[in-house]
Structure formats: structure tokens, C-alpha cells
Write a protein that binds this ligand. Structure first.
Ligand SMILES: Nc1ncnc2c1ncn2[C@@H]1O[C@H](COP(=O)(O)OP(=O)(O)O)[C@@H](O)[C@H]1O
Ligand SMILES: [Mg+2]
Length: 229
């Protein structure tokens, strides 16, 4: 796939219909993202950032248009094919951390690997190594609610990259953190993705992130346009 886009959207539209009302959230969006790029998606609340991330991550399907990621046609693929691909190739970081509260930190980190069939011992070793890489050595036996917000988000970052996906989607990952903690989490996410050549697409309305990205896309009135990085 060298030289070609990892992600390609062509004329993608997304319409939601509920309670007799219908709204066009994305209107004929076309874009390409290369392997290893760090792209920031900037837009106000309700502009369609999560919608676009969900489409690229294969969680949802467009109303029309085509989406190819890693050579997969996500529109034509079955639900099963998409979820299999997603498990292997995508890591996700959410605003609300979304760690599983009844599992320890280490168990949370083992999960993506075990779902891919890794033996428990290997998953445990990888979890400990990944924890150290996010500066949380020794936190494996803790439960998520024993950690601060910033620490939980570092665990969530570790969980998103532990299976070495080709694509990391971060949906307002610093929206619940104070500025200083937010900067640390951002730097960590960027470093890990760059080190492993993973593509990072981050939705945010925090303009401070703009300077860190390779490319900034603005989303407004259903359209996506390039902004100066
Ligand atoms: N499942 C859904 N059903 C109906 N409307 C939705 C759904 N998801 C999102 N929307 C609407 O689509 C618009 C864009 O939402 P979203 O992609 O979540 O924006 P953002 O992430 O930029 O805040 C909003 O008006 C939202 O209310
Ligand atoms: Mg959102």
C-alpha cells in the first residue's frame, strides 16, 4: 500500500432520521489520509466529528458514498467483517476513558489482545510493558476508579495502541482533563503513534492541538475543509 492513501472517503454523506425529522450531518465529504499521518478534526459540538470518526472506524455506515480503509471497502463489508477488521486494525480513545470498571488496569489492557487470541501470559507481559510505556509502571492491579482522570486516560491510550493497530481514533480525548494533564496525554498519544507509525485522527474543539498535527481539517455545515496546521 506504499504511496497510496490508507483512508479514502468519496462523496460520503450521512443523514440521521429520528422522530420524523431528518438531518444531513455530512454532505458529500471526500478526503484521503496517508499512513502515519496525524490529522486533527476541528469543529464545534454537533458539527459531526464523532459521526465521521465512527464512519472511518467502521462503527457506522454512510447514507451514501464509499469508504476504504486499509484496502477494505467498509460500505460493502458485512457487519462481521467490519467488526473483525476493527478489532485488529483500530484503537479508540474516548473523552470519558471508557475503561471497564470491574476489571483491573492490567485486565483492561489484556482484553484487546485476548480478543485477538493472544495467550494470557503473553497478553499480561505486553500489558505490563505498555503500562510502563505510558508511565504507569506498577498500576496493573489497580481498578480504574482508583486512578486520577489523567491516569485513566493514559491507561485508555495504552489500551488503544497495545495491539498495534494501523489506525488510532481519538474522540475529544482531553475533553475531561485540565490543560496541563491534557497536554501530557496529547504528547503521549502523539509519541506512541509516531513511534509505531500509526495513523492518528483526533476530533477536538481544542485549538491548541492544531500546531501538533500534520494536517487540520475543519468540519462545518456538513463539509470538511483543510485548515492551516
Ligand atoms: N444516532 C444519531 N441519531 C440522530 N442524530 C444523531 C445521532 N448521532 C448524532 N446525531 C446528530 O448529528 C449531529 C452531529 O453529531 P456528532 O457527530 O456527535 O457531532 P460532534 O461529535 O461534532 O459533537 C448532531 O446534531 C447530533 O445530534
Ligand atoms: Mg462528538
Amino acid at each position: 500500500m506504499a504511496g497510496s492513501a490508507q483512508i479514502e472517503l468519496r462523496e460520503v454523506s450521512k443523514r440521521y432520521s429520528s422522530r420524523g425529522r431528518s438531518s444531513l450531518v455530512l454532505s458529500r465529504v471526500s478526503l484521503q489520509i496517508a499512513c502515519g499521518e496525524f490529522v486533527v478534526l476541528l469543529g464545534r459540538s454537533g458539527s459531526g466529528k464523532s459521526t465521521l470518526l465512527n464512519l472511518i472506524g467502521g462503527l457506522d455506515r454512510p447514507s451514501s458514498g464509499s469508504i476504504r480503509v486499509d484496502g477494505q471497502d467498509l460500505v460493502a463489508a458485512s457487519e462481521r467483517e467490519r467488526s473483525f477488521w476493527r478489532r485488529r486494525a483500530v484503537g479508540v480513545v474516548f473523552q470519558a476513558y471508557n475503561l471497564i470498571p470491574t476489571l483491573t488496569v492490567e485486565e483492561n489492557l489484556r482484553l484487546p489482545l485476548e480478543l485477538l487470541g493472544a495467550p494470557r501470559r503473553r497478553a499480561a507481559a505486553a500489558a505490563r510493558e505498555q503500562l510502563a510505556a505510558v508511565g504507569l509502571d506498577g498500576y496493573g492491579a489497580a481498578f480504574p476508579d482508583e486512578l486520577s482522570g489523567g491516569e485513566q486516560q493514559r491507561v485508555a491510550v495504552a489500551r488503544a495502541v497495545i495491539h498495534r493497530p494501523s489506525l488510532v481514533l481519538a474522540d475529544e480525548p482531553t475533553g475531561s482533563l485540565d490543560l496541563e494533564t491534557a497536554q501530557q496525554v496529547l504528547a503521549l498519544l502523539q509519541d506512541l503513534c509516531r513511534e509505531r507509525r500509526m495513523t492518528l485522527i483526533m476530533a477536538t474543539h481544542a485549538r491548541e492541538v492544531m500546531g501538533m498535527a500534520d494536517r487540520v481539517l475543519g468540519i462545518r455545515d456538513g463539509r470538511v475543509e483543510a485548515l492551516a496546521a
